[in-house]
Design a protein around this ligand. Structure first.
Ligand SMILES: [Zn+2]
Length: 145
């Protein structure tokens, strides 16, 4: 239900676990065991879990603002784009020559900095979509200030 929100929390560098098809009681327990804040749109689950945030909005920007405000966290520039958006692992820098043939040729030609997820092997670079991303983050910051 909150997949896009989870992806964006990872883009911002927050350690974010996303679970599907798990019993409510197991979700609550996992959150407690790993000292995580549960984000949910399920009222019942929200009331059953001590450290939980109920997400009110349907809108991604507002959802991110809710999490940041209610969890008392901040957007840290140093942490943006440090995690794999798919598996939550911290990515690491890799040498350019390593990605030859693994990313589109024009991407290889245009960029010098590449990162890899040690778990799934996805390769990341600061691409053209980054400008839109920056704009979006700026909007959130403005709205929160
Ligand atoms: Zn990954």
């Amino acid at each position: 239900m909150l997949g896009t929100l989870a992806k964006w929390l990872r883009i911002l560098g927050f350690d974010t676990l996303y679970v599907k098809n798990m019993e409510d009681s197991n979700i609550s327990r996992l959150a407690a065991e790993e000292k995580r804040i549960l984000l949910t749109r399920d009222r019942e689950l929200f009331f059953k879990t001590p450290a939980a945030i109920y997400i009110e909005s349907d809108n991604l920007q507002h959802q991110l603002e809710e999490v940041i405000r209610k969890a008392g966290v901040e957007i840290d520039d140093e942490r943006i784009l440090t995690r794999c958006t798919v598996c939550n692992e911290v990515v690491r820098k890799i040498d350019k020559e390593y990605v030859k043939g693994k990313v589109p040729e024009h991407v290889y030609q245009m960029h010098d900095e590449f990162y890899i997820c040690p778990k799934c092997g996805r390769i990341y670079w600061i691409g053209t979509h980054y400008k839109n991303m920056e704009e979006f983050i700026k909007k959130i910051r403005t709205s929160l200030s």
